[in-house]
Design a protein around this ligand. Structure first.
Ligand SMILES: [Zn+2]
Length: 376
């Protein structure tokens, strides 16, 4: 049994507690929270400098792209970036495997306990079966050419089944509004079963995406036409978020939203990946438009980021929003756990096994560039 205390305890299901104490079992299960150190046998107290919060949830990652770290040039826009992604197979199996191994270890070191991970391939499954982290695997479909929709969908079913048979959470999801025509969207929608908890989709990551749907022209329009894309993608939708009407009653996590406006925001969950947005588009969302009970944070892949660290992400959000520390930590843990259905993670509620992060080098209740995490 351990009794942990620091300058502040952030349970996230209740208000922060100055000098609060967290009681956990030896295997990390939350037993109780005490508002006062005097309620606890002083000999048993472990006292730390800094703040204590639950383990982080990385709501959006592409672990299988980890070997592309440092391969894309910064600030060149999405279409240039996608060329690097298209070369993902030009690397050895061993290099990919090692990069996945390193990336997972990096997440663990950075206090991440759960991940929403986009999968196009089987590459990460072996690692995930070790269950070092909790994963929700989103099997991504990208099918702009109508002639290939059936093949794309059948491959996704096959991949989803492999993940599920290995005991992993897995659901088939659309890549983005511009890469999934209504006919494929319908298949995804109809295929959802009782085991599927959440659907995720990249949304409004670039301004060209908005232009495609609003004006039926621009760089995305030309790019899609070069791939024999079917007209119904933009013909039946006048803005990217119109695709949400093609999904009936699903829990949805919309990722990026860099070019979303206040009127685009719905009741769904939202995920921001600030450092990837700065890397690719040199832009950030307007954080004032989101409901902070529904906002999550992700790292995106190492192809568009130089770290897999939720702390690095929320320092950017802190510096570009008026969110207080409790809100930033809710975004980092509680909301992602709720969106991804990780019931044991996200808060210091009794009975959960959420992981414990100690964040050091705070400036009062503000993060500094020198902050770092110690796993307790
Ligand atoms: Zn992504």
């Amino acid at each position: 049994m351990r009794f942990l205390t620091a300058d502040y305890l952030f349970p996230l299901h209740t208000n922060p507690i100055k000098n609060g104490v967290l009681q956990i079992s030896d295997d990390g299960q939350v037993i109780a929270i005490f508002k006062n150190r005097r309620e606890v046998n002083q000999d048993k107290l472990e006292i730390f400098n800094g703040i204590l919060c639950p383990g982080f949830v990385n709501a959006h990652c592409h672990l299988e792209l980890s070997h592309l770290k440092g391969r894309a040039e910064k600030g060149q826009g999405f279409l240039e970036f996608s060329k690097t992604i298209s070369l993902r197979d030009n690397y050895s199996v061993a290099a990919k495997k090692q990069a996945i191994e390193n990336a997972e270890q990096e997440m663990i070191t950075n206090g991440i306990v759960g991940v929403g991970d986009i999968c196009n391939k089987i590459d990460t499954l072996q690692k995930k079966q070790k269950e070092n982290l909790k994963y929700y695997n989103f099997i991504e479909t990208f099918g702009v050419d109508l002639n290939k929709v059936d093949t794309v969908f059948n491959q996704a079913i096959e991949l989803r089944n492999k993940f599920r048979f290995a005991g992993q959470k897995a659901s088939i999801v659309p890549h983005a509004p511009y890469s999934v025509p209504p006919v494929l969207m319908k298949k995804i929608n109809n295929f959802f079963d009782d085991t599927d908890e959440l659907l995720t989709i990249h949304m409004q990551e670039t301004n060209e995406e908005n232009q495609l749907f609003e004006y039926k022209k621009g760089a995305f329009f030309d790019w899609l036409n070069s791939m024999n894309a079917c007209l119904s993608i933009w013909g039946s939708r006048n803005k990217p978020t119109d695709i949400l009407q093609e999904l009936s009653g699903k829990k949805i996590l919309l990722v990026h939203n860099t070019f979303a406006k206040k009127e685009d925001i719905t009741e769904n969950y939202y995920c921001t990946c600030p450092r990837a947005n700065l890397f690719i588009e040199n832009n950030l969302p307007d954080y004032s438009i989101f409901d902070t009970d529904k906002l999550c944070v992700g790292t995106d892949s190492l192809a568009s980021n130089n770290s897999l660290s939720i702390l690095d992400e929320i320092i950017v959000i802190q510096n570009n929003s008026n969110f207080d520390l409790n809100t930033l930590l809710k975004i980092s843990s509680k909301n992602g756990a709720k969106a991804l259905g990780f019931e044991q993670l996200g808060t210091f509620e009794k009975g959960k096994v959420p992981g414990v992060n100690l964040i050091k080098n705070m400036d009062g209740l503000k993060f500094t560039p020198d902050c770092f995490i110690q796993i307790i």
